[in-house]
Design a protein around this ligand. Structure first.
Ligand SMILES: [Zn+2]
Length: 292
């Protein structure tokens, strides 16, 4: 996104460092993300949109797709691999080579709509993964859980007319992208939280809104749009979650997956811009993903 931008390469270094220092790295299997194919991306994005992104990819310097979202010469390749990570994770989990997966990817994806780049996002990584599970692995019901502090408008746009995919989320409102209040279908369960809300309000929303929806939907696979920018130390927003909240919600989702989805949970990084808080939060999230 350019120099001095919070969506920066150091985010992934902070995560990697913390997984090592927390003693978790030794328990993980690392995979390199392949590039998603055009066919895989076209399941959730229009072919005209994909062609536009490809045409606007600069050979040097920065090209702004919107005021928040820039590309450099490497962004298109990175975006293809970020989406491909969730495809590979889906294949690994469906083949039972892994029970759960965490995709440490940039750029993030959940603001990317079917035909629009937004909010540092080019392709909607979690949507590409879920669409792959539906198209290739015979999954009939999937869930996407989004606890990023920003509403996942792209994911809502892509799946609001596909009731095979339940979306449950919490997000700070009002805050970018100022959407999420409409809940355009019964399978879109997006819960706004006011600035200053913390553990109690978040856990109440999960218990009162997410869990009943997940129980009704009985997803055969659970995806997590794992943004950690609702952490109290995050510089971009005003919720007050802590590492303990991320551990708690991950345990809750792992339990739902054990009941309905053969334990299948695939988490993919979205936001999270306080580097220390991001590393600590991902470590607790991953600790719960590999706990059982
Ligand atoms: Zn975010």
């Amino acid at each position: 996104m350019g120099p001095y931008h919070p969506e920066c390469p150091d985010r992934l270094h902070a995560i990697g460092d913390r997984l090592i220092s927390a003693g978790l790295d030794a328990y993980l299997h690392h995979y390199s993300a392949p590039a998603a194919t055009g066919q895989q991306i076209a399941r959730v994005h229009g072919t005209d949109y994909i062609a536009t992104i490809e045409a606007e990819s600069p050979s040097s310097g920065l090209h702004f797709l919107d005021p928040d979202t820039a590309m450099n010469a490497h962004s298109l390749t990175a975006a293809r691999h970020a989406a491909g990570a969730v495809v590979l994770a889906t294949d690994l989990v469906m083949r039972k080579e892994c029970r759960t997966a965490f995709c440490a990817v940039r750029p993030p994806g959940h603001h990317a709509e079917r035909n629009r780049a937004m909010g540092f996002c080019l392709f909607n990584n979690v949507a590409v993964g879920a669409a792959h599970a539906l198209a290739v692995h015979g999954i009939r019901r999937a869930a996407i859980v989004d606890f990023d502090v920003h509403h996942g408008n792209g994911t809502e746009d892509i799946f609001s007319r596909d009731s095979r995919v339940l979306m449950v989320s919490t997000f700070q409102h009002p805050l970018y992208p100022y959407s999420g209040l409409d809940n355009p279908a019964a399978h879109m369960v997006n819960i706004p939280l006011a600035a200053g809300a913390g553990s109690a309000e978040f856990r109440d929303a999960v218990r009162e809104h997410w869990m009943p929806a997940l129980e009704r939907h009985r997803p055969e696979i659970i995806y997590i749009s794992a943004g950690f920018d609702a952490h109290r130390e995050d510089p971009l927003a005003g919720l007050k979650l802590t590492e303990a909240d991320y551990a708690w919600v991950t345990r809750e989702l792992v339990a739902v997956a054990a009941k309905h989805a053969h334990g299948r949970v695939i988490s993919t990084l979205e936001g999270g811009y306080g580097l220390s808080a991001l590393g600590r939060s991902v470590a607790e999230h991953v600790r719960e993903l590999i706990a059982t």
